[in-house]
Ligand binder design. Structure first.
Ligand SMILES: C[S@@+](CC[C@H](N)C(=O)[O-])C[C@H]1O[C@@H](n2cnc3c(N)ncnc32)[C@H](O)[C@@H]1O
Length: 307
């Protein structure tokens, strides 16, 4: 019988962190090399160009997916301009390690607590990277929001999409069936209804994603202790649309290791980092546990306790 014994949030529990650090195989500056699929996990600072160069070891990525800490709860309190200057550094590192034909995705919260609203400043900052073309601005809807009775509940996550060169883009579909009929159009002299013209029975995700369940403790992919875990489904969608089998996918803010696991299941190589040895350890353990059990996470159990 599996125990239900979750880890609490790890960022603000110093006593527990001290205990867990003893069980982490990476120390700051170190890199774990996976001998099975060629992934790399570094305990590195995304903003440090030398450390990121060591992560890549001369290998350029075809796809980068970054999910930086952005709100005042889960990060030390950076003021807006400091935050943007910091972003500029790791974007610079990512751009330098992307192939000439590649794609870049950045998750950014639309958090507005204490007037901290980095999205427009971030988008403007990105214009200085002339080799990166702005392609789309996706919003993913969370099921559970947070907020007060005095404001609109916050349920959105923003995802910015850029390309370098002219990479392939593969169209993917949601699990939502097309129900809208109509939109007749003449094709080859025959009047066709839109369902006849479509390539799938299901609708495309578009740039507003409403079909992705946010991770919570009852889901198999849940990694307890993580406070900002992205669902595998949204990372799978990005990887399937913007990379090919065998490509290198990077993520400089690994946390629960979602990008690494998605890359593993989709046959890509992942080069990922987190500045915190505990999240590096969780990332590696999540991959190892998946290979051993087929489970994408630990649901509500403690990843450091499960044998
Ligand atoms: C929002 S979380 C990423 C969530 C991740 N996409 C997932 O699905 O689990 C941000 C992570 O960035 C890490 N981090 C913060 N500053 C960093 C830095 N300078 N370099 C690398 N990682 C950093 C934090 O430790 C945290 O685990």
């Amino acid at each position: 019988m599996l125990k239900s014994k979750p880890l609490p949030r790890l960022d603000d529990n110093n006593e527990l962190r001290e205990t867990l650090l003893g069980q982490c195989r990476l120390r700051p500056g170190e890199i774990w090399q996976d001998t099975v699929s060629g992934h790399r996990v570094g305990c590195l600072d995304a903003a440090d160009s030398g450390e990121i160069a060591r992560l890549h070891d001369g290998q350029l990525a075809q796809l980068a997916i970054h999910d930086p800490p952005y709100n005042l709860v889960c990060f030390d309190q950076r003021k807006l301009q400091e935050f943007i200057t910091w972003c500029q550094k790791w974007i610079n590192n990512s751009a330098a390690n992307l192939a000439d034909v590649s794609s870049l995705y950045i998750w950014l919260g639309a958090d507005q607590k204490n007037a901290f609203q980095p999205l427009p400043d971030f988008m403007i900052m990105m214009r200085q990277f002339e080799q990166l073309q702005s392609r789309s601005f996706i919003t993913m809807r969370n099921q559970r929001g947070y907020g007060t009775q005095k404001n609109w509940m916050a349920v959105r996550q923003e995802l910015l999409y850029y390309t370098k060169g002219d990479p392939d883009f593969k169209v993917t579909y949601t699990d939502i069936p097309k129900i809208l009929r109509g939109y007749y159009k003449e094709v080859g002299g025959k009047l066709t209804e839109n369902a006849e013209r479509g390539k799938s029975e299901n609708i495309r995700p578009g740039n507003v994603w409403v079909d992705i369940q946010q991770v919570f403790y009852r889901m198999h992919e849940n990694v307890s202790g993580c406070y900002a875990q992205k669902p595998l489904k949204c990372i799978d969608r990005i990887i399937e649309s913007s990379s090919n089998s065998g490509d290198i996918v990077t993520d400089y803010f690994a946390h629960s290791g979602t990008t690494l696991l998605s890359a593993e299941t989709l046959g890509r190589k992942c080069y990922t980092t987190d500045i915190d040895p505990i999240f590096c350890e969780l990332t590696i353990r999540r991959l190892e546990n998946y290979r051993k059990t087929g489970n994408p996470g630990w649901q509500n159990q403690d990843p450091f306790d499960v044998k």
